[in-house]
Design a protein around this ligand. Sequence first.
Ligand code: ASP
Length: 296
Amino acid sequence: MNWSTPMDDPRWSIVVHGGARTITARDQAANRAGCLAAARIGAEILAQGGSALDAVEQVVRHLEDDPTFNAGSGSVPTCEGAVETDAAMMDGSTLAIGAVAALSGVRNPVSVARLLLPEQTVLLAGSGAIEFARSRGVEEYDLPASAAADGEHDTVGCVAIDREGRIAVGTSTGGLPGQLPGRVGDAPIPGCGFYADNEAGGVAISGDGESILRVLLATRVIDALKVEEAPNAVSRALRQLSRVGGEAGIIAIDCKGRFGIDHNSEHFAVALAASWLPDGVAGVHLDEVKGYLTRG
Ligand code: ASP
């Protein structure tokens, strides 16, 4: 497949993550492959002139359906054995946000978040989120507690900019393994686990939710994107996490479509694709992809 577009065509780019954590050698190939397959789904939509919102939703749905990742069907259980998911979508053109928290019984929580985008309500939790999903015809689905739960947390996320310069972001997670029922992390909280603003860029984050919440990590990335390029902006923001400790991985795209990726976790599963990269590229560590960040 060749996603390159003629030089005079407006550019697009997309970056995907499958979680910031330690990824065992055995699982690294599945993490790379899962992220790359998802990025390619988004790339195809963007290359055909589709919207960043459509690309991000389809990418996150794909990751939710891949049991490699702690989201959707791969979600880890709470201490009571139930599955509670968090997800969000944001439209950087309008600053519309749709987010769901502690949502059970839905296969693709990101699509419930998308359904909330045009609504006045930003965030729905628990039974309210379930009721909303049902009222919109979302099918009931008994999410299995992931057999792959290995004591590690993670989250999936995607940031994209389309040919019209519209930026969108999506996140989805099963949260922390053994978390308290009702515990909500950073993934559905704007300014913490995600944000998108066409005038600055878009960001999605994985890692220790309580630390990310305390420093408003996504807000710090957006503020940095206003004054510097994406690769430097994410690193500057990540350094702020040292004030509270904890691990995180950050993906971002600035309003010119350039990538920013950084993490202080041992691994961070990512994939990126762009109109100027003829094929996608994936890695489980920044070193594997950093040669592609400054191109374009
Ligand atoms: N940030 C997620 C949470 O705290 C988990 C993760 O990304 O690893 O729920």
